[in-house]
Design a protein around this ligand. Structure first.
Ligand code: PMP
Length: 402
């Protein structure tokens, strides 16, 4: 997860009668439920590239980045121009009623860009959780099996299947059950906290013995780098073993790249760091530069399993978001943002590692590309196994922002 917004300039005195952060926040508390937690009572007035200004005129460096949505920055001119041009044409037809070419060409681009040169198809949705829901629908339709396996510490969204798959109870599941059935969890391999790849695979074998026949499992879904879970990259040998297990039992492997996609890890997708391919991938967030768009991309035969009408949604493939996504892909390509993410991540890791000499509480510096985490140990200078990296502010950020 990203860190707090950092004020980078002194506030400009608010004009007489102008809204203040405190005044708006008091109205929020009265008008909106507390379940929609906020990271900071800093009300945005405008934003550009990596910076954001609040209603009191304070300028911030926006480390929040809209929760991994702004890999191309706030209001990249190419993205703004693409949305503006689309606004002048049409804003909504409902793709399933009257389709448009821009969605078809975006699907073609994603089919080419995602890992693997096999035949693929892409379906568009609106939010990340919706992409996850639909990936599971597609996997179940293709395999005619019920079971789904996810990892402890994983995050997959706030809808019912998203919550069921999410491997963390508080705050995401508390009070919201019961959840859809046939969903199981195994621990994620995180050596720092005492779970080796062998431990995680042993838990999977145990699950197959105790809870579900592998021949009844439709899919294993995981984030190649856990986002909400603490930026833990899945080891290549774990991905290879999962691929082998999936192949031997006819289980589909789903990579949730909602948080890791579009350059953040120094490659287009985190799965580009691995030598095995997923069957399906979910995408959202930085796909469309701040407009709501998500996608499921996968093997063409699997994607075609649901019957016509089984997939979709009123706003799925919204034309403004599709236009923005085309511009995002152009910008990532032309401005070499994968290379930039790698360079920035390397620089950050170098600086954080240098700090270890003077800050012994740093127990780990890790990450792929610009998706970098620093983890602090407990008072005994050991990693805290039950609740890694959970300072109060970090907990507050996660509770609001995943
Ligand atoms: N999967 C992952 C890996 C995520 O990081 C998120 C959002 N943080 C989601 C799914 C859910 O996406 P959304 O909030 O757009 O529904």
């Amino acid at each position: 997860m990203t860190t707090a917004l950092a004020p980078s300039s002194r506030p400009v005195a608010a004009a007489a009668g102008a809204a203040t952060n405190a005044a708006i926040d008091a109205r929020r508390v009265a008008a909106m439920p507390r379940g929609v937690g906020i990271g900071f009572a800093v009300y945005a007035q405008r934003a550009l590239n990596a910076e954001l200004w609040d209603v009191e005129g304070r300028r911030y460096i926006d480390f929040g980045a809209g929760i991994a949505v702004l890999n191309t920055g706030h209001r990249h001119p190419r993205v703004v121009e693409a949305i503006r041009a689309q606004l002048d044409r049409f804003t909504h037809t409902a793709y399933q009623v009257v389709p448009y070419e821009s969605a078809v060409s975006l699907a073609e681009r994603l089919n080419k860009r995602t890992p693997g040169s096999h035949a693929k198809k892409t379906a568009f949705f609106t939010t990340g959780a919706e992409a996850v829901e639909n990936a599971i629908k597609i996997a179940r339709a293709a395999t005619r099996r019920p079971g789904v396996i996810a990892l402890g510490g994983g995050f997959h969204g706030r809808t019912f299947m998203g919550m069921a798959l999410t491997g963390k109870v508080a705050p995401y599941k508390t009070g919201f059950g019961p959840f859809p059935g046939s969903v199981f969890h195994v621990p994620a391999p995180v050596a720092l906290h005492g779970v080796s790849v062998e431990d995680a695979l042993r838990a999977l074998v145990q699950l197959f013995k105790a809870d579900i026949d592998p021949e009844s499992v439709a899919a294993i879904i995981l984030e190649p780098v856990q986002g909400e879970g603490g930026f833990y990259a899945m080891p290549p040998e774990f991905m290879r073993a999962l691929r082998r297990i999936c192949d031997s039992y006819g289980i589909l492997l789903i990579a949730d790249e909602i948080q890791t996609g579009f350059g953040r890890t120094g490659r287009w997708f985190a799965m580009d760091h691995h030598d095995v391919l997923p069957d399906l991938m979910t995408m959202a967030k930085s796909l469309a530069g701040g407009t709501p768009l998500s996608a499921v991309c996968g093997r063409a035969d699997i994607m075609d399993a649901p019957a016509p009408g089984g997939l979709g949604g009123t706003y799925a493939a919204n034309p403004l978001a599709i236009a923005a996504a085309h511009a995002v892909l152009d910008v990532i390509e032309e401005e070499k943002l994968c290379e930039r993410a790698q360079a920035l991540g390397d620089r950050l890791k170098g600086r954080l590692n240098a700090l270890r000499a003077t800050v012994p509480q740093i127990s780990d510096v890790r990450g792929l590309g610009a998706m970098v985490a620093v983890e602090f140990a407990g008072a005994d200078a050991r990693p805290t196994p039950s609740s890694p990296n959970r300072s109060r502010p970090a907990r507050a950020m996660r509770a609001c922002c995943c």
